[in-house]
Design a protein around this ligand. Structure first.
Ligand SMILES: [Zn+2]
Length: 455
């Protein structure tokens, strides 16, 4: 058998159907596809163009980040952490977002991609908040990451004199044009008709994007119920809770990824389960934002009902899925005082296989198995947080972090090598990012509110 690359002598966490963890394991891939997985001795006969000594490495499938805002990176660390949800969004996040020019958004997105690749994320779903869509698509195209991208899309006319129909048509037409311009047909980076969600999208827009997703084989990702505001708004305006209202509209289903879903009740959880709707939790954002995940979240109930739960990192403060995993594994253990909830192996499934299901790519992403895409992460275990190695799965989740990611392949292309991106000039990008951050924040007129003097 021939292959382009053969990695030998590694510990391989396959995430395959048997969930094999192979010591002294090997993986071979040809083009973008894995062609052999097994013990190094069993793959010794493979004629590979490149042989990589994987001893000292743990190999995992690439992580799948199912919710990230890529154009928030330049404002990282700038927004005060103590603001109420509405003030945080209305006075800081959204005005800052909208004050970026296209070039600034493109650099911001590329920085987010660098952060994801460097910590082992090979695929992400954008939250649906990119404004300069074509410029951002062009900027990340050459990075090698896999992505489903969404333009900023909301249509509710808060001003009663506005033309609601025209606003809905404008939002939908832009999304439909993106899906046509960047179709999924085998491309690594494609557009989805994502919605901001919450209460910002009308029933008509929800139904139109659902039809579009079903016609084109794309999906819809949308925020819902991180805080109590969404349920209060839906109850006041529709008489139903958000997920009940979406069920009435007929827009729930496996094509939908509802993000956050902290403030839902059991009836909504049941509707999510019955409809096959996916749920993405961003535990770092939930606890940083004080959403009440541990007090109100029904994630153990959603999991027990068989809901596909995936993970995301959400905002700009970090993009490391290896920080999201231990949080998801820990929070409900503590909240419910039940150590059996969300064990390490289950949260690793959330970060890989479950994410692949959200994408509709369960047959090609999420595991290291023959026929799957060669999206791989090599974790360097010659580091104090990894040693000694007893149970690699538990240690991946509880002990390691994304800084130990040595190499990453997407579609068989090595996009990170020796802790640096091969597709991005990181030094140049960071210099550009700092200059642009200074410009964006300077223009905003908003002050840097630091408790301590920064001179
Ligand atoms: Zn978000």
């Amino acid at each position: 058998m021939q292959a382009d690359t053969l990695i030998t002598g590694a510990t391989v966490i396959t995430m395959d159907a048997q969930r094999r963890v192979i010591r002294d394991g090997a993986v071979a891939f040809a083009g973008d596809t894995i062609v052999a997985v097994g013990k190094s001795a069993d793959l010794a006969g493979i004629d590979a163009r490149e042989v990589i000594d994987g001893s000292g490495f743990v190999l995992t499938p690439g992580f799948i980040n199912c919710h990230v805002h890529v154009t928030e990176t330049l404002i990282r660390g700038f927004i005060p952490e103590d603001l109420p949800f509405e003030e945080n969004l209305g006075k800081w996040v959204i005005p800052l977002y909208k004050s970026h020019d296209a070039a600034e958004q493109a650099v911001s997105a590329k920085m987010a991609v660098a952060a994801m690749l460097r910590s082992g994320t090979t695929t992400f779903i954008e939250a649906g908040t990119v404004i300069a869509f074509d410029e951002v698509m062009a900027a990340i195209e050459g990075t090698g990451i896999r992505a489903r991208m969404g333009r900023w899309a909301e249509d509710r006319a808060w001003d009663p004199s506005a033309d609601q129909q025209a606003m809905t048509a404008e939002a939908f037409d832009a999304l439909a044009a993106d899906v046509a311009a960047y179709p999924q047909d085998g491309r690594r980076i494609a557009a989805w008709p994502n919605l901001i969600g919450h209460m910002t999208s009308t029933d008509a827009l929800w139904q139109q994007v659902t039809d579009l997703a079903k016609q084109t084989g794309t999906k819809v990702s949308a925020h819902m119920s991180p805080a109590i505001d969404d349920s209060q708004w839906y109850l006041a305006n529709t008489g139903r809770r958000p997920v009940e209202h979406l069920a009435d509209l007929g827009v729930l289903g496996p094509h939908l990824n509802l993000v956050h879903m902290v403030h839902i009740d059991q009836a909504e959880a049941d509707l999510v389960a019955q409809s096959g709707t996916n749920v993405t939790q961003c535990p770092g954002a939930s606890i940083q934002g004080g959403y009440g995940l541990t007090q109100h979240g029904l994630f153990p109930e959603l999991a027990a009902a068989g809901v596909n739960i995936a993970l995301g990192t959400d905002g700009a403060d970090n993009h490391d899925m290896m920080r999201a995993m231990p949080l998801m594994a820990a929070l409900f253990k503590d909240a419910r005082q039940d150590r059996a909830l969300f064990p390490a192996h289950e949260v690793l499934e959330m970060a890989t296989l479950n994410g692949a299901k959200v994408l509709g790519m369960a047959d090609s992403l999420g595991s290291i198995a023959v026929g799957m895409k060669a999206d791989l992460v090599a974790h360097d275990t010659r580091r104090p947080e990894w040693q000694p190695i007893n149970n690699p799965v538990d240690q991946l989740v509880w002990s390691a972090n994304g800084s130990g990611v040595h190499s990453v392949w997407v579609d068989g292309v090595r996009v990170v090598e020796a802790f640096r991106c091969t597709t991005i000039d990181e030094d140049a990008l960071y210099a550009q990012g700092q200059a642009m951050a200074d410009a964006v924040l300077g223009r905003s007129g908003l002050p840097l509110l630091s408790e301590w003097p920064i001179n």
